[in-house]
Design a protein around this ligand. Structure first.
Ligand code: CA
Length: 244
């Protein structure tokens, strides 16, 4: 009886830990949005992706655009507004200057209440890949500005075969609370990427029910502490189980 109880606790604990550390999933972060939601994912933004060029399909794009291509994606489009980043071997990259990018969704879920944007990109000289993104809606006529919540910003080092070396990547999430608004017919997330920064994957999620995503919390230190507590708690449970 006691062992079963312990097993259940351990299982729940491990599930919570996996929810907080989503590295093994296709998702960049597990936002846990509820209600009616839309997911858009760009999993590979290198030269191998199906980039479009020219003025299509909605606005006058500047040279490059890419429809969300991850399984289960909606109809949002990523595109370069200006600048010199181009689809390189490991991602959208530039050695010549900064670039401005937008992601547009022309068919948001009805009564949209929240948008969460996550970006994985390389660091350059330890700098973050971009300034905080802004959100505008209804043809850009209303600009909400920077996100309400910024997630903990995690850094990993990965070997990239395309360039034959290790690269430091960051994953950053931003969330907007749109619950006080109505009549949103489209929205756009816009951000700037620095020189020598490579954009490799992105995730744009939205929903008709606002709640603060567990993966997108205002206090990075609290978030890190939370994972630590879960991990330590699991380790203690496991040790107790082994003794029993
Ligand atoms: Ca849509």
């Amino acid at each position: 009886m006691k062992t079963n109880q312990m097993k259940r606790k351990l299982a729940g604990c491990l599930m919570l830990a996996s929810m907080l550390t989503t590295g093994a999933q296709a998702l960049l972060v597990n936002t846990g949005l509820v209600g009616i939601t839309e997911y858009n994912g760009w999993t590979g933004m290198s030269s191998a992706a199906a980039w479009g060029t020219g003025d299509a399909p909605v606005n006058a794009y500047d040279t490059y655009y890419l429809h969300s291509d991850d399984a289960g994606s909606g109809d949002a489009v990523f595109y370069r507004v200006s600048g010199s980043h181009f689809p390189a071997g490991s991602g959208m990259y530039s050695f010549m200057g900064t670039s401005e990018f937008s992601i547009e969704d022309y068919s948001p879920v009805a009564d949209i209440e929240t948008v969460i944007f996550t970006m994985k990109s390389s660091l350059y000289d330890g700098e973050w890949a971009s300034v905080a993104p802004t959100l505008s809606y209804n043809g850009g006529t209303v600009d909400l500005g920077a996100a309400d919540f910024v997630s903990s910003q995690t850094i990993t080092t990965e070997y990239v075969a395309a360039i034959g070396s290790d690269v430091d990547y960051s994953v950053q999430s931003y969330q907007w609370d749109l619950s006080g608004l109505s009549g949103i017919t489209d929205y756009t997330v816009t951000f700037t990427a620095l020189t020598h920064v490579s954009l490799v994957s992105m995730q744009l999620e939205s929903g008709d029910t606002f709640s603060v995503s567990p993966a997108v919390v205002p206090e990075p230190s609290t978030y890190a502490l939370g994972i630590g507590v879960v991990v330590i708690g699991c380790a203690m449970l496991r040790r107790r189980k082994q003794k029993a």
